[in-house]
Write a protein that binds this ligand. Structure first.
Ligand SMILES: O=c1ccn([C@@H]2O[C@H](COP(=O)(O)O)[C@@H](O)[C@H]2O)c(=O)[nH]1
Length: 305
């Protein structure tokens, strides 16, 4: 099961970090782009090579990466080729890949999304779902029938899903924090996560249905931790959105596990701050982030190693 492989890698690398792979041409160093253009590289190759530099520099330090599909879709077919190649390469380097696709739709269409990212699609005997990954993010606000389609696939194939619970953006409370029958809307999502989780418990006592909860809402993170104790939390919002190590510790359990903290811009564009090349800067930024999180976990007696 991916949840157990993930925990194995967390332990091996002593890291709770997910590196976000959100490539944007206009944020890449100019000399990198112009060299690639001179060499005749395609757009997909430029995007992939940028990600490859990051992956090659951090794969031994972190358990997982998270490509956000929007940064590939925006570049059309070329972007999606880079998305496919990035997933494949990251897996080859032993990383868990969480595709941030935030999918869901009516049941039959959810099934198609699930097939695309977690299942198996065959044509003429050949597997054609190029974007097959380890885990995906899901928007649960369409209701349980949409989520169940993904759960069928993870039960069959061992993958993971992370349901949006309390997102990191400024206005996430407009709907997610609304109260109905004395409960916030996101608390209903937590209850549904517990009810979906049957038969997905791994050997480390965490199940395969996780939740996305932003580092920018530390007290909600702490509450959500208690509401869904056996779920892994995917925690974006560290770094560029202002989240710090001290904000994310409430997302961890006493066993020192239970949360994966994502940073995208703070790592992949760290060359702006650190001044070394793309890869070296990303590596330094990951080491700093790891230290920050692990030190804060030690301070609250949740350091595992
Ligand atoms: O609530 C959410 C859900 C997803 N995200 C995604 O995480 C990264 C964050 O990037 P940074 O550059 O570290 O801010 C990005 O892909 C978002 O789409 C999130 O931020 N909040």
């Amino acid at each position: 099961m991916i949840i157990d492989k993930l925990i194995e890698k967390v332990d091996l690398k002593k890291s709770h970090i997910v590196v976000g792979l959100d490539p944007r041409i206009e944020l890449m160093p100019e000399n990198f782009i112009s060299k690639k253009i001179r060499e005749g590289a395609s757009l997909s190759n430029i995007l992939f090579e940028f990600n490859k530099k990051i992956i090659d520099s951090v794969y031994d330090l972190v358990p997982a990466v998270k490509p956000q599909v929007a940064y590939y879709e925006m570049y059309g077919i070329e972007g999606m080729i880079a998305f496919r190649d990035t997933i494949k390469y990251a897996k080859e380097k032993g990383l868990i890949v969480i595709s941030d696709v935030k999918r869901s739709d009516i049941g039959s269409t959810s099934k198609a999304y699930s097939n695309a990212h977690l299942g198996k699609v065959l044509f003429s005997g050949k597997q054609v779902n190029d974007f097959k990954t380890d885990a995906v993010t899901i928007n649960p606000y369409l209701g349980s029938d949409t989520v169940k389609e993904f759960i069928e696939d993870i039960k069959e194939d061992g993958g993971m899903i992370f349901l949006l619970v309390k997102t990191s953006n400024k206005s996430s409370g407009e709907i997610q924090d609304r109260i109905s029958n004395n409960k916030k809307i996101y608390e209903y999502v937590c209850a549904s996560i517990n009810s979906f989780a049957d038969d997905t418990l791994g050997k480390n006592n965490y199940h395969s249905i996780g939740a996305v909860t932003g580092a920018t809402y530390s007290s909600e993170l702490s509450q959500i931790r208690k509401l869904i104790p056996r779920s892994y939390l995917l925690v974006p919002g560290y770094g560029a959105q202002g989240g710090k190590g001290s904000d994310v510790v409430s997302g961890f359990n006493k066993d020192g596990l239970g949360a994966l903290v994502n940073s995208s811009r703070g790592i992949i564009y760290a060359f702006n701050r650190i001044g070394k090349n793309i890869g070296e800067s990303a590596r330094i930024a990951v080491k700093e982030m790891n230290e920050d999180i692990n030190l804060n976990l030690k301070n609250v007696n949740k350091y595992r190693w």
